[in-house]
Design a protein around this ligand. Structure first.
Ligand SMILES: Nc1ncnc2c1ncn2[C@@H]1O[C@H](COP(=O)(O)OP(=O)(O)OP(=O)(O)O)[C@@H](O)[C@H]1O
Length: 254
């Protein structure tokens, strides 16, 4: 990674839901133009943390700066430069994909061409389709397209590949990498460690509302190996997912 400028700084973030402390003093930085993964068990506090950074949820205390703007005083400025996946409920059922993108662009006051957006995520053939008629992978790609409407500096993707088949997942990894390579910072959560290893430049492990490790996947694996860890079973040169991909091909297909 050439540049190491922080675009997100989270310092001592605390979030309480009544008496329950969901986030217990998190501090981390996301660098400009990296894919940063927040990993950890169910209920660790990942989504809560993302939603606070996205200015969608109030924090209890702590400081968050996004591209120089404070979540406390400049939430509107932050909203302008980030892209967040909308809940599927926001996709009006009677509108097709082009119409939905036109609607969202209008709401953002953004000057985008819906067909170009659809081409970016390889959905140009589905321009006239309704959201509910898309496959799981297509729905995710459309949802990612909606995060790009306001040409954001940072996009947030919460478990974007959950429930997708191996090809759709790999296609999405390619898409997310392209988005990073085009200059956008990506913050992602995932429960798939192979995905985090392949896709993320750096990852933070969150456990019970605290960060317990943060580094590149390579460094974290090396540290574990250097501590004497060994897998019980000999690792083969391929796994069952490789067999799947090899049998069924890599092309876009849904
Ligand atoms: N609105 C809420 N009110 C009360 N408790 C909440 C609320 N939202 C989340 N929590 C609790 O805060 C904790 C953290 O939840 P969060 O959704 O941030 O975890 P997560 O790491 O994203 O989990 P997952 O991997 O399952 O998505 C959980 O114990 C959850 O039950």
């Amino acid at each position: 990674m050439e540049t190491k400028k922080a675009i997100i700084s989270v310092t001592n973030l605390i979030k309480k839901y009544d008496d329950f402390v969901a986030v217990q003093g998190l501090s981390f930085e996301v660098y400009e133009n990296e894919i940063f993964g927040l990993l950890g068990p169910n209920g660790a506090g990942k989504t809560t943390t993302l939603e606070i950074i996205e200015t969608l949820r109030e924090k209890t205390s702590g400081e968050i700066i996004v591209d120089g703007f404070s979540v406390d005083k400049q939430a509107q400025d932050i909203k302008q430069i980030i892209g967040v996946q909308l809940q599927a409920a926001g996709y009006y059922p009677n509108l097709n994909l082009v119409e939905l993108l036109e609607l969202f662009a209008g709401l953002y006051g953004a000057d985008v061409k819906p067909m170009e957006m659809l081409e970016k995520v390889n959905l140009q053939d589905k321009a006239k389709a309704k959201y509910k008629a898309l496959s799981g992978g297509q729905k995710q790609r459309f949802s990612i397209a909606t995060t790009l409407i306001n040409q954001p500096k940072i996009i947030f993707l919460d478990e974007p590949t959950t429930g997708l088949d191996p090809q759709a997942r790999r296609n999405l990894w390619d898409l997310i990498t392209e988005i990073r390579d085009a200059g956008t910072t990506v913050v992602i959560t995932t429960h798939y460690m192979d995905e985090a290893e392949q896709l993320c430049d750096r990852v933070a492990f969150v456990e019970r509302g605290q960060i317990i490790a943060l580094d590149t996947p390579d460094n974290l694996i090396d540290q574990l190996v250097n501590s004497g860890f060994e897998r019980k079973k000999e690792v083969k040169k391929a796994n069952l997912e490789d067999v799947f991909i090899n049998l069924t091909g890599k092309e876009w297909r849904e």
